[in-house]
Structure formats: C-alpha cells, structure tokens
Design a protein around this ligand. Sequence first.
Ligand code: ADP
Ligand code: MG
Length: 337
Amino acid sequence: MSVIKNKKATTAAALCLAVVLFFCSCGIYKGDDEKSEKQLFAMDTVIELTSYGKNSEAALEKVAEKIKELEKELSTTEENSAVNKINTANGKAVAVSGNVLVPLRASLDISEKSGGALDVTVYPVVKAWGFISKDYRVPEEIELMRLLDKVNYKNITVGDTGVVVPSGVEIDLGSVAKGYASQVVCEMLKESGVEGAVVSLGGNVQTVGRKPDGSKWRVAICDPDNPDGGITGTLTVGEAAVVTSGGYQRFFERDGKKYHHIIDPSTGNPADSGLKSVTIVCPDGTYADGLSTALFVLGLEKAMDYHEKYGGFEAVFVSDDGTVTVTDGLKDSFAPS
Ligand code: ADP
Ligand code: MG
C-alpha cells in the first residue's frame, strides 16, 4: 500500500457530487459518432448518463427507463416493490427476480467475508435513526439493543427464485442497489454497441469502453472535508466501477455532533472506524458498492486484511486525520491533488 501523509486536497473541481468525472481538455473527439447526455433523479440521487457512439441517444433512453424499473423493484419505501413484499411477508417465501437475487447474493457474500460489517438486515436500525423518513433522531441505547436482536444477515434464506426472511426481520439493499443498477445499465450499453459510456449515480461511477480518443477515463475522488468542490485525487481507469462511501454523504447534526447513514451492525451506531471515505475500484458495480460500505465499517486495518485475503478490487482510503492510503494496484493510476 502507499500512504500519503495528511494530504490535504487543494484543487477545487467544478462539479462534485461524491465522485466527479473529468473529460480531459486534451481529449478532443474527432470521430463521426454522437455524444449523448441524460440526467434524471432516481434512487434518491442525481443520475448522469453520458454515451459516445452510434445509438447513444436511444440507448440512454432505455437505460433511464431501466433505472426507474430497478428503483421500483428495489426500493424499501415503494408499497409494491419486491423488497417491501419480502419485508411484509411474515416469514413466508417471496418469489423475486434476478434484480433482487443478484445484489442480495453479492451482499451476503460480502457479509460473510467481512464478519457482518455489511448486513442488509440492519434496516430497522437505519429507520430508527430517521435516515428513511428524514425525521432524524438519536435513538436510546436500549432501543438500539432491542432492534439489533433481529439484525443478522444469516437469518435470510435465498433460494433459486425466492427469498425468506423471518417475521420482524427487514432488508434494505441500499448499500448495493445503485452499484447493481450501474452494472446492469453498463451491460445494456455495451450490448447496444456504444463505443464508450459513463454512468454516475451519486457516488457511484461506472464506465464502458474508452473515451472517444481511445484514452482512459479520469474519475475524481471527492474531498470528504469539502465535498462541494474539493477533490482528494483522481483515478485513471479503463472499464471499471468506481464507488465511494463516506460519512459526509448523508448525515444530520445534534448538539454539535454529526451522525451519518452508514451503520456499524455490531453497535447500531454510525460506523466510527477512523475513516472519512472509502473508494473501491472493481470490475463489478454491485461488488464495488457493497465493498465500499463494508470496508468503511471495517476501518483501514481490517479493510487491508480483507483486500489481501480476497482481492478482486483496489481501494483508496481517506482516514480521519486526512491520511490517504492507496492499495498497490492503484499506485500508477491514482494521482493525489
Ligand atoms: P449511499 O447509498 O448513500 O451511496 P452506501 O452505498 O454506503 O451509501 O450505502 C448506505 C446505505 O445502506 C444506507 O443509507 C442504509 O440504507 C444502508 N446501510 C447502512 N449501513 C449498512 C450496513 N452496515 N450494511 C448494509 N447496509 C447498510
Ligand atoms: Mg455501498
């Protein structure tokens, strides 16, 4: 790993949601193909779609529709969503599509490998803090303990076509849903024959192919201390998902203390593992999303152990003291600001 001591981000970038894309100023596109762009709001975030090549406009229309479909299926709050059916089935089996099974299996795999740092059954705790209703509150310790009784991903049974969760257990695919959506739409864009594309769902970025001039994409990592314009550094990637989780993305303040939306399932409190953000670079969007949440909960040391043991991804960690740590595979592609 490489450690950059107390590196303070200084460069102010124009747009910064959580991860920002740079289309290099030198990359002047000389081909005949079209560039298409589309913006929409779905899955509780701003979604930006960019595609190059023939069929781009039609492909982005289909992609936007697909994202809205996935939102309806995976939302915890939509009455008829598959997830809501699972959560209200009182222990009965619910038949669901691959759009639930694939992200759920990925999430459970990461749960197992991370010792439960990622746990889709933490939803009742997330609700208790008000992150779903946006009616924020600090729950009493005793309330958290009672809710944690039902939190355990091992309570979920996943079959070939359906899911069972015991009565009182509720799931939330929020930690992997945007990454799964970006994976699905990038596969659609590839199939439709576009030459290059970038999808950005809040902090989740995923790319297809190359930039029109043949060069790689540059993705900026948001400075957790200055998310409205600062950047910690940039990553140069080919086809990859680049996903950031951080305590700065969604939080509220009470009595001068900040409470964010990534919960440590072992305590019921917002994770406090010494990290401000974790960025994952991985070929698969769903895993990138699940891992960014899981490793944020684990903290740097355990996250590095996870990386060493299982691999399959690279990461950039920003610690509470501003130190930036990069896994070896990103040594040549990460440029600090
Ligand atoms: P975001 O979706 O805001 O980009 P994440 O991918 O890190 O951020 O997912 C955070 C969301 O996942 C929370 O809003 C909550 O719904 C859910 N969540 C919070 N903590 C956990 C956890 N430890 N395991 C699984 N899901 C979690
Ligand atoms: Mg995530």
